[in-house]
Design a protein around this ligand. Structure first.
Ligand SMILES: Cc1cc2nc3c(=O)[nH]c(=O)nc-3n(C[C@H](O)[C@H](O)[C@H](O)COP(=O)(O)OP(=O)(O)OC[C@H]3O[C@@H](n4cnc5c(N)ncnc54)[C@H](O)[C@@H]3O)c2cc1C
Length: 416
């Protein structure tokens, strides 16, 4: 079958990988000049089933209200007159009950865990290098109260089978000596020894490069303007370089998926939530952290990619805007300087902002759309790097009519 994939982020490229593996002829349409240059470009790089908690939780409404008045950099919610934002927010609030938060978190954990396994298989199959570090991830707390709350909270993932260890300050520093200078800022941490970090954009580019040599056609600098339907089937994709036809079409357009889906009568609950990252060169390799992690009080994540450190933070409702100012990165850089001292050259930051394709539930939408030849793999939110390889495999199994390896309830359009 000839399958047209729209979008060459980590989700589109892994989807193309699975389709090609199943023997399909695959064409990928990407408006950028290369793969993985949007949300998959500057993310934190955490492969983190141990952080599968959904954002919609009983605590979230109060945090949103607080963000209206506080100047907090971690969460920025400014109400705007936009129907899609209100619709999405209402759906998000509906998912903030304890019961739904639990269900959605467990679904995310199952997908993240499955996906990490598929990532390892795909890495072995392709040999693609992406600065993978498999030393676990540290979720660090600055004070006893928040640490105790974190430990109480982790039970949901631990009970579902994720290995998690509670470390005191000495144990954290023994594992990650780069934090030795910040002893007073580490009351303790939760270590997820099976979590990992790696450069998502390098992985995406590496897999795409291999696919191109195996006959997958990548059409870069090609914008999909509309998915054209007639007689209940998608007929072609109208692009900036003319129509592209296939037997089937898969939407993998990340944060922009909802815009394209509207053309075929689908109101996808995928809304862009902006995040920021800054990448700095390592100047003292021994003093820089190897083990990625999160400062849970400042909500700043870090990961090491070879001779660089990536820091990320912030969830902002800013529509599709990806502009940024140096002041957007102050909290991240101040936090990292306190944690890691002189390990990096802080005077050479590379700034970036991107959009998380968030669903209210935090789980992606995978599988059939309404039309018989239209398919979806979208809405991977704040964990799309972690969930990509598993989502692609689930998609390919559904596309082929095979049984899926994990339960897909809540992951398909029909079961949401
Ligand atoms: C600050 C930040 C930190 C994050 N940290 C992590 C992390 O630590 N771990 C983790 O697992 N996840 C993380 N994520 C989430 C992760 O980056 C995303 O979920 C993932 O990259 C989404 O991949 P995607 O392929 O769906 O979207 P994208 O990478 O955005 O790809 C979509 C592609 O579609 C293309 N496209 C869109 N519209 C069109 C069109 N009309 N025509 C042609 N092409 C089109 C775009 O150009 C783009 O290349 C983070 C995200 C952010 C913003």
């Amino acid at each position: 079958m000839r399958v047209v994939v729209i979008g060459a982020g980590v989700v589109g490229v892994t989807t193309a990988y699975e389709l090609a593996r199943d023997g399909h002829e695959v064409v990928v349409i990407e408006r950028g000049e290369a793969p993985g240059r949007e949300t998959s470009w500057g993310n934190a790089g955490l492969i983190a089933p141990g952080h599968s908690y959904t954002w919609a939780s009983p605590k979230a409404p109060a945090m949103l209200v607080k963000s209206l008045v506080s100047k907090d950099q971690a969460l920025r919610f400014t109400p705007r007159l936009e129907f899609e934002l209100y619709r999405w927010s209402l759906l998000f609030l509906r998912n903030c009950t304890a019961e739904r938060a639990r269900t959605n978190t467990l679904r995310k954990l199952a997908l993240c865990t499955y996906s990490q396994g598929r990532l390892h298989e795909l890495t072995a199959e392709t040999g693609v290098a992406y600065d993978l570090i498999s030393k676990g991830l540290l979720y660090c707390y600055r004070d006893r109260e928040s640490f105790d709350a974190g430990v109480a909270h982790m039970g949901i993932l631990q009970d579902a089978g994720r290995t998690m260890q509670v470390l005191d300050t000495d144990a954290v520093i023994a594992l990650e000596p780069a934090l030795a200078g910040a002893r007073s800022l580490v009351a303790g941490a939760i270590l997820c020894p099976d979590d990992e970090s790696g450069d998502c954009s390098a992985f995406t580019a590496g897999v795409a490069e291999q696919l191109a040599t195996r006959g997958v056609e990548f059409r870069y600098s090609t914008t999909a303007h509309a998915i054209v339907e007639s007689s209940g089937r998608v007929q072609h994709v109208e692009t900036s370089r003319g129509p592209v036809e296939g037997d089937a079409y898969v939407l993998c357009a990340g944060p922009w998926a909802a815009k394209l889906a509207r053309g075929v009568g689908l109101r996808l609950p995928v809304y862009p939530i902006k995040g920021y990252s800054v990448t700095v060169p390592v100047i003292d390799a021994a003093a820089a952290p190897d083990v990625g992690g999160v400062d849970e009080n400042k909500l700043v994540a870090w990961a090491r990619f070879g001779d660089r450190i990536r820091l990320t933070s912030t969830a902002e409702f800013a529509g599709y805007d990806t502009t940024h100012e140096p002041s957007d990165f102050t909290v991240m850089l101040d936090t990292a300087k306190l944690l890691f001292g002189d390990a990096c050259d802080w005077s050479q930051p590379t700034y970036w902002a991107g959009l998380r394709p968030m669903t209210p539930e935090g789980t992606p939408i995978i599988g059939a759309a309404r039309q018989p030849n239209m398919w979806l793999n979208v809405g991977h939110g704040h964990m799309g790097w972690t969930m990509s390889c598993g989502s692609a495999r689930l998609f390919a199994d559904m596309f082929a009519g095979r049984a899926t390896d994990i339960d897909v309830t809540g992951l398909t359009l029909a079961s949401r």
